[in-house]
Design a protein around this ligand. Structure first.
Ligand code: F6P
Length: 545
């Protein structure tokens, strides 16, 4: 069924690809109105894409033929759509605000979800009002989240995004990298008596997180004089209670989540604890409300007006038809400076696959490379390539109409730059326009081509009134569902991540070889290739331990 839909999409591509968007706009005054939609607090303008009505119709038909609706229903119904790990995929349950049950194997998960949210609410309130104190009786002033990947990127991105709502006097820190510098640089500034650690790990086996957690524990015990201090300064977030106990954290101080929540989809529940502590539970809840609004839109809006479906299918269009290997996330909002990094895991760990659900190789391309920086910084770095380079890089501009920091003309300038960049990418600048701009002083013929912009470079623009927690929740859920839609069309499992395993295992083998006297390099035994063996040997020789 989807083969015919792909044929239609290809036919649409053949027809539309040679068109310039300038001409499409000139010939269709209603284009911007037709190719835009609202979802919750977000307005999406997708008219600056290389599409026409038939192309969009073909893309939506492809979404249907790829089973997006059935798979969406299966996800929300708690079916085990993560087939390679035999797990349900129910991050939507964490932000479900309705009264209906959500079940896994006939069991309503909502009571447990609400219980953990209530536990988070109570704990964050106690921490913020100074009731939860450290071992010495000191008020907690610094919360350090120790986690990596999904146990770091979501909460750290959201704490940055919502920084304006944070309570002064309670700072949030995030340590993820196993590089001791990360932990040292954070601890250097902290008073152990006033510091609370949240050890966040779904599995509670992740090497980086456990290593960092042990270092933090030793630092605390050393400073506060004994193991007894741990209970007042360490809490855990995990789906592995025995692992938490073994580490030495009382499971009474543990916030649970479940195997049906993927790490990179987990900031809506217990993994969001640092967010709730930083900005307060009410603000955190508002983020859940925003995500829920997007979930409802995703479930209820017809595919033709469905924002995650439209964005997902546009991504498929450029990836599969135009061969665009990457796309840029360009938030014109300093508070969203970690959003591209967050999306890298969400998108690339989800859709960076080359095997279909049935185990056969994919026929075409799958997920793109995701990258980006906040505007306007990117304009003075890599936009040159976006405008005049040889790559086609679709971009998402994200901006709020109002700033939390309305200082002078800043926000007007920011908005103007954001809107101008989309216009410039679309319109470009023709040789005649270059000449006209230099009236009376035509450039040397050899210079003219350097000043021409080809244009016809696609972008989406997402606008909201103000980047509050509600808008943030809706934005993140939008991208989650967009990634989901693309996974359906690519025919892959967006919810596993086997590709991270090999490197982890090899690092375990190499670790002892890096220390004199602990292990021999595997070169002699032929364990490693010659390059790897020589690198190990060189590092061993140069290490000062
Ligand atoms: O290595 C990848 C990964 O498994 C991610 O999927 C996950 O978010 C991260 O590691 C951290 O895992 P955990 O929360 O179990 O420590």
């Amino acid at each position: 069924m989807s083969a015919a839909a792909w044929d239609d999409v290809r036919a649409a591509y053949e027809r539309v690809a040679p068109e310039h968007m300038r001409a499409l706009f000139a010939g269709d005054p209603a284009r911007a109105r037709r190719f835009s939609c609202d979802a919750g607090p977000w307005y999406l303008d997708y008219s600056k894409n290389r599409i026409d009505d038939q192309a969009m119709a073909a893309l939506i038909a492809l979404a249907r033929a790829s089973g997006v609706e059935a798979r969406r229903a299966a996800m929300f119904a708690g079916e085990r759509i993560n087939v390679t790990e035999n797990r349900a995929v129910l991050h939507v349950a964490l932000r479900h605000r309705g009264a209906t049950p959500i079940t896994v194997d006939g069991q309503d998960v909502m009571p447990s979800v609400r219980a953990v949210l209530a536990q988070m609410k109570a704990f964050s309130a106690r921490l913020r009002n100074g009731e939860w104190r450290g071992f010495t009786g000191a008020v907690i002033t610094d919360v350090v989240n120790i986690g990596i990947g999904g146990s770091d990127l979501g909460p750290s991105m959201a704490c940055e995004a919502l920084r304006k709502f944070a309570r002064p006097g309670l700072r949030a820190h995030f340590v993820s990298n196993v590089d001791g510098t990360h932990m040292s640089e954070v601890l250097r500034r902290l008073d152990p008596a006033c510091t609370l650690f949240i050890v966040a790990s779904k599995t509670f086996t992740t090497q980086e997180t456990l290593t960092n957690a042990h270092t933090a524990r030793a630092w605390l015990i050393n400073a506060l004089g004994g193991e007894a201090a741990v209970a007042r300064h360490f809490v855990a977030v995990s789906s592995n209670p025995p692992g938490v106990r073994e580490f030495g954290i009382d499971t009474a101080n543990m916030f649970e989540f479940w195997d049906w929540v993927g790490g990179r989809y987990s900031m809506w529940g217990a993994i969001g604890l640092p967010i709730a502590c930083h900005v307060g539970f009410e603000v955190f809840e508002s983020m859940l409300e925003g995500a829920y609004a997007m979930d409802k839109h995703f479930c209820d809006a017809p595919l033709e007006r469905n924002m995650p479906v439209i964005m997902g299918m546009l991504g498929v269009w450029y990836r599969a038809l135009f061969g665009a290997a990457s796309y840029a996330i360009l938030p014109y909002d300093q508070y969203l400076h970690r959003f591209p990094a967050y999306l890298q895991q969400l998108d690339m760990e989800s859709n960076g696959k080359s095997v279909q659900l049935d185990g056969t190789a994919v026929a075409g391309a799958t997920g793109p490379i995701v990258w980006g920086e906040p505007g306007t910084n990117g304009q003075h770095a890599f936009y040159q390539l976006l405008h005049q380079g040889t790559h086609l890089i679709p971009a998402d501009f994200i901006v709020a109409a109002n700033s939390h920091n309305p200082v002078g003309r800043h926000h007007t300038l920011l908005l103007a730059n954001c809107i101008a960049q989309g216009e410039a990418l679309m319109r470009g600048k023709t040789p005649d326009e270059v000449r006209a701009g230099l009236a009376g002083m035509p450039p040397a013929p050899a210079l003219l081509p350097h000043r021409v912009f080809p244009g016809n470079r696609p972008s989406n623009t997402l606008v909201t009134r103000s980047l509050d927690a509600y808008a943030l929740g809706a934005l993140v859920a939008l991208y989650e569902h967009k990634v989901f839609v693309q996974g359906c069309v690519f025919g892959i499992n967006s919810f596993d991540q086997w590709g991270v395993e090999l490197g982890k295992r090899l690092a375990q083998a190499i670790e002892p070889e890096l220390e004199q006297g602990r292990g021999e390099t595997g070169s002699r035994a032929g364990v490693h290739d010659a390059s790897t063996a020589r690198l190990i040997q060189r590092v061993r020789d140069w290490r000062q331990i």
